[in-house]
Design a protein around this ligand. Structure first.
Ligand SMILES: Cc1cc2nc3c(=O)[nH]c(=O)nc-3n(C[C@H](O)[C@H](O)[C@H](O)COP(=O)(O)OP(=O)(O)OC[C@H]3O[C@@H](n4cnc5c(N)ncnc54)[C@H](O)[C@@H]3O)c2cc1C
Ligand code: FES
Length: 292
C-alpha cells in the first residue's frame, strides 16, 4: 500500500474535498477517544500471514459504521494502530482482517478467542455511498482488499440499490488471496468477479498478471470506482477507467498513512492539506493523484 508522508505536497485544496468526518462517519456512543473493550469471538486464517477476527462489543453500545471506515485497535501494553473494518454494517457484526506487519499486529494475532482488544472509532469518512453512481467498479490489490470487502458485502445486501458491479482483485500468489470462500456468493448476487495472482502455480487455473489488466475484461458503463492497493495499481486502474469516460471525481481511493491519534490532532497522517484519518481515508482520485 502507498505510504508517503507528504506534508507540503502540491495537491488539491480542501475546497475540492467531498469529505467531512461529521457528515459521513458513523460514531459509537463512546466517540472516537475512549476505547471500547471488544471481545474476540472468532478467528479465521485468511492467508499464511493474515487473520480474520470477529469481535463482540459490550452490550448496549451503538456502533454504527460505513464501508471504508476504520478503527483504532489497541493491544493493552503494546499500543494502538489503524485497521479497516472489513465487515458490512448490514450484517450486525464487527470483523477485522489483520496482516502481520510488526509489534501491534503481531500482538493482535497472538490473541485468542475470549481475549479483549481496545476499539476506538469508527474513524474516517468511508465511501460516500450517497454520492456514488449505481454502477461500481471495485479494484483491490493485496491487503487493501480488506476494506473493499465491506463495500462488496454491503452491495450484496442492498443489491437492488446498485446497478452493474464488478470486482477486480489481485494478490501475489493464490495463498495470499483473501475471502476466497465468498467469491461465489458475490457472483450469485450478479457481481462480475475477476481475480488474478502475480505468480501462478500448478494448482492455479485463473488469471496471472496485474489487476489493471482485469479492467479490460469488464463491460461496465462509466460509473463510480472504489480502489485500494499499491500506488502503482491505483494509478494504472484510474488511467484505464478515465480512458473509459469515468470522471476522476467519481474514482474513490482508500489511502493508507502512518497514523497515531486517528482524530485529526497529531498531524502524523497529513496528505497535503488533508488529514487521512479524518478527511480520508477515502479521497477522490483528483484530490490525491499527485501524491500517489
Ligand atoms: C486507514 C488504515 C487502514 C488499515 N487497515 C488495515 C487492515 O485492515 N489490516 C491490516 O493488517 N493493516 C491495516 N492497516 C495497516 C496497519 O495499521 C499497520 O500495518 C500497522 O499500524 C503496523 O503496526 P505494527 O506495530 O504491527 O507494525 P510496525 O512495527 O509499526 O510497522 C511494521 C511495518 O509496517 C509499516 N507500517 C506501519 N504502519 C503503516 C501504514 N499505515 N501503512 C503502511 N505501512 C505501515 C512500518 O513502516 C513498518 O515497515 C491500515 C492502516 C491504515 C492507515
Ligand atoms: S492520525 Fe491523523 S492527525 Fe493524528
Amino acid at each position: 500500500m502507498s505510504d508517503h508522508d507528504s506534508n507540503g505536497s502540491n495537491i488539491s485544496k480542501r475546497n475540492n474535498s467531498y469529505s467531512g468526518c461529521s457528515k459521513y462517519s458513523g460514531q459509537s456512543s463512546q466517540g472516537s477517544y475512549l476505547p471500547l473493550q471488544a471481545e474476540i469471538v472468532d478467528i479465521d486464517v485468511e492467508s499464511p500471514n493474515t487473520y480474520l477476527i470477529s469481535l463482540a462489543l459490550p452490550s448496549g453500545v451503538d456502533f454504527s459504521y460505513k464501508p471504508g471506515q476504520f478503527v483504532m485497535v489497541s493491544v493493552f501494553g503494546l499500543g494502538e494502530c489503524p485497521i479497516s473494518i472489513t465487515s458490512t454494517p448490514t450484517r450486525g457484526s464487527l470483523q477485522l482482517c489483520i496482516r502481520l506487519a510488526g509489534r501491534i499486529t503481531n500482538g493482535i494475532t497472538d490473541s485468542r478467542i475470549g481475549d479483549v482488544l481496545g476499539i476506538r472509532g469508527p474513524c474516517g469518512n468511508g465511501f460516500p455511498l450517497d454520492r456514488m453512481k449505481k454502477d461500481i467498479l471495485i479494484a483491490g490489490g493485496g491487503s487493501g482488499f480488506a476494506t473493499l470487502r465491506s463495500l462488496i458485502n454491503y452491495i450484496v445486501d442492498r443489491r437492488d440499490s446498485f446497478g452493474k458491479v464488478a470486482v477486480a482483485y489481485g494478490a501475489r500468489t493464490r495463498q495470499d488471496l483473501y475471502f476466497m470462500q465468498e467469491y461465489k456468493g458475490w457472483q450469485q448476487a450478479g457481481i462480475d468477479v475477476s481475480v488474478t495472482v502475480d505468480i501462478g502455480d500448478e494448482g492455479w487455473k485463473g488469471n496471472v498478471g496485474m489487476v489493471p489488466a482485469l479492467i479490460d475484461k469488464f463491460n461496465l458503463p462509466a460509473g463510480s470506482a472504489a480502489i485500494c492497493g499499491p500506488s502503482v495499481m491505483i494509478n494504472a486502474v484510474a488511467s484505464k477507467l478515465m480512458a473509459r469516460d469515468f470522471d476522476h471525481s467519481d474514482i474513490y481511493v482508500s489511502m493508507e498513512r502512518h497514523m497515531k491519534c486517528g482524530v485529526g490532532k497529531c498531524e502524523h497522517c497529513c496528505i497535503g492539506p488533508y488529514h487521512a484519518c479524518q478527511d480520508g481515508p477515502v479521497f477522490t482520485y483528483d484530490m490525491v493523484k499527485e501524491v500517489l
